[in-house]
Write a protein that binds this ligand. Structure first.
Ligand SMILES: [Zn+2]
Length: 382
């Protein structure tokens, strides 16, 4: 398994093996590796070893103190910048090389979550969506396992919800998940029929509080943007157009190929699955497709399994899943882009984003090399 900390070594190895690899890599990314150092006063040694050392299930340190201190005193930082999209990420060895992906209090968190979800079922408006939610002027789109509702506080002129029939947002099978997508995409078509100037569909599932959901009951946001896609989607579209104009090549295939050569991506049929070198936040997986997710069962299955891997294997509780789409009425090279990020434990009081993420570069703890391996293993075994 690779590691972000060995990225530069990997790149120089590939330099001789893969023709123009480093030239291609450097045309999109800039990587800088450095070491941050510090002095630790002896009075602080025990405490800091306790914070960062590897422990057994009883909470006893099982790592040599000198080794822990060495790790803390010399922290390797890998800084990556995408020159076309202007995305930047900072990886720190102290975070990425921490032992194990799983939180040791995971079972406790799972139990707490079960109680929280069960208790929120009482007086849940979304459990009776047809009575306690507003509907669009054209009515509701209904699937077997989901129904639409107008968003009571709209994000945009066309801003509604796909409300899942199941209250528990983390409990869904492939048939149910497919139905959520179908209902959302049927709503996109209906809105376009109502007003043809709204043509850019955006599907976003904020699962639980940490991801921005106000209701525990499973639901996704569905929006149609007028004239041009939402800002971030437009940003990536413009970046890929600029790349094409200046290099004469297509951005996404090149971007994918670099990730694939490094071992950070794979393709399944016509779809590409990538653990991004410059993730928006923890564990980001990006899936690219030229086909709409509702028109292809294989793609639905990949998205579904990626979600299940996040929840069942990686212990993710709160996540954002978005699907950005090309204009509904025209075929062009814009791919469907599916983004998925982990938003952290519901029971940890801190939030995962601070000023760095909002105004600087993203600080990332999870190593994309580990994430893609876990996902690959899961997809191969299930
Ligand atoms: Zn409910």
């Amino acid at each position: 398994m690779g590691s972000m900390m060995d990225l530069n070594q990997k790149i120089s190895k590939l330099k001789n093996l893969e023709g123009k690899f480093s030239e291609n890599f450097n045309s999109i990314f800039e990587v800088d590796c450095s070491t941050g150092t510090m002095q630790i006063p002896p009075t602080f040694e025990s405490k800091i070893c306790d914070y960062f050392g590897e422990k057994d299930e009883n909470g006893h340190l099982i790592e040599d103190k000198a080794k822990i201190l060495e790790r803390i005193k010399n922290q390797k930082i890998v800084k990556i910048f995408n020159k076309w999209t202007n995305q930047g990420a900072l990886f720190n060895s102290l975070r990425t090389e921490r032992p194990g992906m799983k939180n040791k209090n995971e079972q406790e968190a799972r139990d707490k979550l079960k109680i929280l979800i069960r208790e929120s079922e009482r007086n849940c408006d979304f459990c009776q969506a047809s009575i306690y939610t507003p509907e669009d002027t054209f009515g509701r789109i209904e699937g077997k396992h989901s129904i639409t509702a107008a968003n009571v506080a709209k994000y945009d002129a066309w801003s509604s919800l796909v409300i899942f029939k199941n209250h528990n947002p983390l409990k869904f099978n492939l048939i149910e998940f497919s139905d959520y997508l179908d209902t959302g995409f049927n709503w996109f078509k209906k809105v376009f029929q109502e007003d043809e100037s709204y043509k850019f569909p955006f599907f976003v599932w904020n699962c639980l509080y940490k991801a921005g959901a106000s209701q525990i009951h499973g639901h996704a946001q569905i929006l149609m943007s007028k004239d041009y896609p939402y800002a971030r989607v437009e940003h990536f579209k413009k970046a890929s157009l600029k790349y094409q104009e200046q290099t004469g090549r297509d951005y996404y295939p090149d971007w994918y190929q670099l990730h694939s050569t490094l071992g950070l991506a794979f393709s399944t049929g016509e779809f590409q699955v990538v653990a991004s070198l410059t993730p928006t936040k923890e564990k980001e997986i990006i899936i690219l497709s030229t086909i709409s997710p509702v028109e292809n069962q294989v793609l639905k299955n990949i998205i579904y399994k990626t979600l299940r891997c996040f929840i069942d294997v990686m212990g993710v509780q709160s996540f954002n899943l978005s699907i950005s789409c090309p204009a509904i009425d025209q075929e062009d090279d814009t791919p469907y882009v599916i983004n998925l990020v982990d938003r952290g434990s519901l029971f940890r009081p801190t939030v995962d984003m601070g000023g760095m993420e909002l105004f600087g570069s993203t600080v990332v703890a999870d190593d994309p090399f580990k994430i893609i391996e876990i996902l690959k293993r899961y997809l191969n075994s299930s």
